[in-house]
Design a protein around this ligand. Sequence first.
Ligand SMILES: *Cc1c(COP(=O)(O)O)cnc(C)c1O
Length: 361
Amino acid sequence: MPPLDEYIAEIQTLWDTHQLTNMGEKHQLLEKELTDFLAVKQLSLMVNGHMALEMAIQALKLEGEVITTPYTFASTTHAIVRNGLQPVFCDIKEDDFTIDPSRIEGLITAKTSAILPVHVYGNICDVEAIDRIANKYHLKVLYDAAHTFGEFLHGVGVGTFGNASVFSFHATKVFNTIEGGAVTFSNPDMYLDLYRLKNFGIRGPEEVDWVGSNAKMNEFQAAMGLCNLRHFKEEIVRRQVVFERYCANLDRVAGLRLNKVQVGLTSNYAYFPIVIDPEQFGAGRNEVFAALERQGISARKYFYPLTNSFDCFAGRFDINETPTALRISQQILTLPIYADLSLTDVDRICAIIMAMKNGDC
Ligand SMILES: *Cc1c(COP(=O)(O)O)cnc(C)c1O
């Protein structure tokens, strides 16, 4: 959170204008600042990341089948299904948890309209390979970029890949507007489409020509974003210190695999996942999770379970079609990481994990 007096100063003008929502001055300013900050051509703010996904799916007019991965947050798969589309699950790569491009072509049918890959823990998908496949089969590409706010790959803003990308500004994300999100894209026509979609399909005071939704970000959310954006760079620098301490403590431990920063990536250090091989490590993910919980430390089994194994989809998908994603979901643990986490606490967390290896716990 930003300093309280800074937020109060930011929302002060709302008591003069009395404009609380409907694309007011804070909204307009944040759209402009984020467009520059993320180095994208176009950006449309949304009430949250999930609605950003749904609005992007509708603006791109996706139909039929959409190739995606089950190794993600519920939102990605739900956005596809809630829009009457069929998710087709592709397995992920072992090393960076993103969609395995070598498996995409085998899943394409006459009904496929798009690929919806997820950048996971800040790792960017193989955007070049995905682009080649999309061009060959005339598919659209929509990235779930919820984990990658502020990242650049070889100096290129992550929001510029594919037809569109979706960001989340939820309170738990590395940059937040309390709840919030955005769609980034390069086709300027899409801006008006998204504007109408997030505002009931209203084109003019007496003209409604699209069955739109309500996904507008309000002025208080946008004000939070304006404040948090001023502190983002220093936040990332402090996260990097925590990240590197974890690496120093846990690197080269037999049975633990860390997530290395990709070559050419300006990372946001949003997550610190470890993959625990129970045979080699001597304790499984669930045991390490429980040991941390006993000491009051909240690690997360993120992502677990896979979205294709959710109860709401019972009988609909075969989780064995994505074996790598299934195994990783059983071995993954994301450790606490935030700017204010002290190095003493990082050492303590690592000591609890290492004690599991040595069987002292
Ligand atoms: C957080 C998240 C979302 C949803 O964003 P909200 O702002 O919470 O609606 C979608 N996809 C992924 C991968 C996420 O982590």
